[in-house]
Design a protein around this ligand. Structure first.
Ligand code: ADP
Ligand code: MG
Length: 488
């Protein structure tokens, strides 16, 4: 029997706010345990929640970014459960009336190779709602510790339809989702810091069948590679069961990174197990449609739209746009450079190649593109470098050298060229005498050139460039060589 894989993801994203969802207690990552709490966070008797409006606005922006319908009114429900990570014994969430309904995200699937653009497709979303994070339990060999710092931090839960059909698609979805969220400034989505966590629901069905199979749910996957591994493991496990004539039990499973296996945690709870009911302490939120329209107008261009625009309007290749457009800082850097000097191809090349290479050489963690703001290099550095190369002040080759120097010192390229005497030599008599030497030193290349082999000229240019340390103006050098040989 041939099976088709069906996947639905639930992604929790920590919304960037200064304070928690229902109280003024601050949140910062990495604070000593239990220092960011107050009566509301700890659920002490008599404490009352007060809504954080930034969380509502940020989640609205997220919904708009993901093409959702924004509700006119949303409200808060208590999800009741007894577990040590929840001091109140309920979690405030939106069960019946979420802030955002429906929605879709465009994803780009990997191409046949890194240099070739893959297919694009839209993935349907079910909803996005707000809820508060519980505290964090850490299980040691002899005891479990509880940290309530994270309790009450606003989370947006993005729920997809069962509209992903392989682990590759799930990975592409998560990457595109993360790019879109970081672009809109809603969250940094740093999975290592728990700012983005994913539950993966996986089921199989006989190919061609419309009916969904029974799913299992893998909880709290904290890296994209874990999501991939957990889905692939689950597909194999379910295939094996079905092929042996068994049936899948609907359950919640835990992915164990160490052993690369998942284990059954519990049979899946149903919504009625949680005894959801409207929170009596919080008013429903009326959404102001004019404010929603304002937020919509503030949204940044979506990364894949930007990529298309760069390819179509600026003529940039996919290999370059795929690097620049995934990062908003880089693409803003690029667009600012164009305002100083309009040379899209050269500037994009410098950013995608030279700038990223230099940034990665000074950053310890792979996220090099993120530190462009901290770099001493500004968009005008690169714009002016491209300009003085176009003007023939320096050669492209010297440009590479100047790039490294300006990255390290923050000096403007024209200043570096002046201080180090790097400008191209237009000194015709010097170039001419070096050309004569080159011609007499390589009779073979000269005769090859005379026989019509243009490339043979390079063998003569080499020594001249070497003698001038790359500063001979290539155009002048070319003209002089040809003139001298033709006159022979
Ligand atoms: P719950 O209330 O248990 O969280 P939902 O109906 O809200 O369940 O669905 C949760 C997630 O599971 C959604 O992302 C949804 O797309 C996905 N899902 C539901 N049924 C299936 C299935 N049969 N196979 C794969 N994913 C599924
Ligand atoms: Mg769920």
């Amino acid at each position: 029997m041939k099976y088709e894989v069906v996947i639905g993801l639930e992604i929790h994203v920590q919304i960037k706010t200064r304070t928690k969802m229902f109280t003024a207690a601050p949140y910062v990552y990495g604070a000593p345990p239990n220092t960011l709490t107050d009566a509301v966070v700890l659920g002490l008797p008599g404490s009352l929640p007060v809504l954080n409006h930034t969380a509502i606005e940020q989640c609205t922006k997220l919904g708009l970014m993901l093409n959702c319908e924004i509700a006119k009114e949303c409200k808060w429900d208590r999800k009741n459960y007894f577990y040590p990570d929840s001091p109140k014994n309920y979690q405030l969430t939106q069960n019946e009336e979420p802030l955002c309904a429906g929605g879709k995200l465009e994803i780009e699937l990997p191409g046949p190779s890194r240099n070739i653009e893959g297919e694009h497709r839209w993935v349907a979303l079910n909803r996005i709602h707000l809820e508060e994070d519980p505290g964090k339990l850490t299980h040691g060999p002899f005891e479990t510790t509880i940290d309530f710092n994270r309790a009450g931090v606003p989370l947006a839960e993005i729920v997809t339809e069962p509209d992903l059909f392989s682990s590759t698609e799930a990975v592409a979805f998560l990457n595109c989702l993360r790019n879109a969220i970081v672009y809109a400034g809603i969250s940094d989505c740093d999975m290592e810091k728990g700012q983005m966590r994913c539950d993966a629901n996986v089921s199989l069905r006989v190919s061609g069948s419309e009916k969904l199979g029974t799913r299992s749910e893998m909880k709290n996957l904290n890296s994209i590679s874990n999501v991939k591994a957990a889905i692939e493991y689950e597909v194999l496990r379910q295939t094996e069961i079905l092929e042996q004539g068994g049936s899948i039990v609907q359950e919640t499973r835990r992915w164990d990174v160490e052993s690369a296996q998942s284990f059954s945690l519990r049979s899946k709870e149903d919504a009625h197990d949680y005894r959801y009911f409207p929170d009596p302490d919080l008013m429903p939120v009326q959404m102001d449609s004019s404010r929603v329209a304002e937020l919509k107008a503030e949204l940044p261009e979506r990364p894949l739209d930007k990529q298309r625009r760069y390819q179509k309007d600026l003529g940039l290749p996919f290999t370059i746009t795929s690097v620049i457009c995934v990062n908003r800082d880089l693409s803003e850097f690029f667009e600012n450079a164009l305002k100083t000097y309009y040379a899209p191809k050269q500037i994009a090349n410098y950013i995608a190649n030279d700038l990223l290479r230099e940034l990665s050489s000074v950053s310890d963690y792979g996220e090099s593109a993120h530190c462009v703001r901290q770099s001493m290099l500004t968009p005008s550095h690169i714009a002016i470098l491209a300009k003085i190369i176009d003007e023939g002040v320096i050669s492209k080759q010297i440009g590479k050298e100047v790039f490294v120097e300006m990255f390290q010192t923050g000096l403007m390229p024209d200043l570096i060229v002046e201080r180090k005497g790097l400008s191209q030599s237009d000194d015709i008599s010097e170039i001419e005498s070096l050309c004569r030497q080159a011609i007499s030193g390589n009779v073979k290349a000269v005769s090859q050139y005379k026989e019509g082999n243009e490339k043979a000229l390079n063998a003569l240019k080499g020594p001249v460039m070497k003698a001038t340390k790359g500063k001979a103006n290539p155009k002048i050098l070319d003209q002089i060589l040809k003139k001298l040989i033709d006159a022979q």
